[in-house]
Design a protein around this ligand. Structure first.
Ligand code: SF4
Length: 192
């Protein structure tokens, strides 16, 4: 029997059930705020995505949703003045998404922060994050999804100058674009 077909351990099943329950609690908090969970997920993504990745198509890939579903979510967020669409400076056929000041302010009260504080209080934040990252990687390999990793961990990332070359920005060799320190900490559609 292949490893992927072996029975999961009791502890792994317990972890999955706990994740499901925690997810439900977060979603209940999302609904209580007056936004649908999908709308919160879009806001969270836009707060973490770099400038190459704030598009409807990248958002749909990240969420594993259809373009039509994401389009409806974005219409609702635009109506609430939490997200704005502008023409893309890189591709005339595409649009760029950004958070409005209202969207940024709303994220200050994200229910996910309560859960993050609870995880901090457990004293297991590091191990939990590493374990979940590894599980996500396996799930994406199986399903063929994109990683959306953090820029500075990408094979195309070249760090900026140090010493006498200090001040030289980081660089993306795939897109041939300069990257700031802030860019290096954001997630990217093209991450490899
Ligand atoms: S280095 Fe990788 S993650 Fe960063 S912008 Fe380029 S492709 Fe995206």
């Amino acid at each position: 029997m292949k490893k992927s077909e072996s029975l999961p351990s009791g502890m792994a099943l317990r972890a999955v059930l706990l994740l499901e329950r925690l997810s439900r609690l977060v979603r209940a908090g999302d609904h209580a705020s007056g936004l649908a969970p999908a709308q919160w997920e879009a806001l969270r993504y836009l707060a973490r995505a770099n400038r190459f990745s704030r598009t409807p198509a990248a958002l749909a890939d990240y969420l594993g949703a259809t373009r039509g579903t994401v389009s409806q979510t974005l219409i609702a967020l635009e109506d609430k003045e939490l997200v704005r669409k502008t023409g893309s400076s890189r591709d005339r056929r595409s649009v760029e998404l950004s958070l409005t000041s209202g969207g940024v302010a709303l994220l200050e009260h994200d229910a996910l922060k309560d859960l993050a504080r609870d995880i901090d209080a457990s004293g297991e934040a590091d191990g939990l994050a590493q374990g979940l990252q590894a599980a996500l990687h396996q799930a994406l390999v199986r399903r063929g999804g994109r990683a959306f990793g953090v820029c500075r961990t990408c094979r195309h990332f070249r760090p900026g100058g140090r010493g006498d070359k200090a001040g030289k920005p980081h660089h993306c060799t795939l897109l041939d674009e300069p990257l700031s320190d802030a860019d290096a900490s954001l997630v990217c559609f093209e991450h490899t």
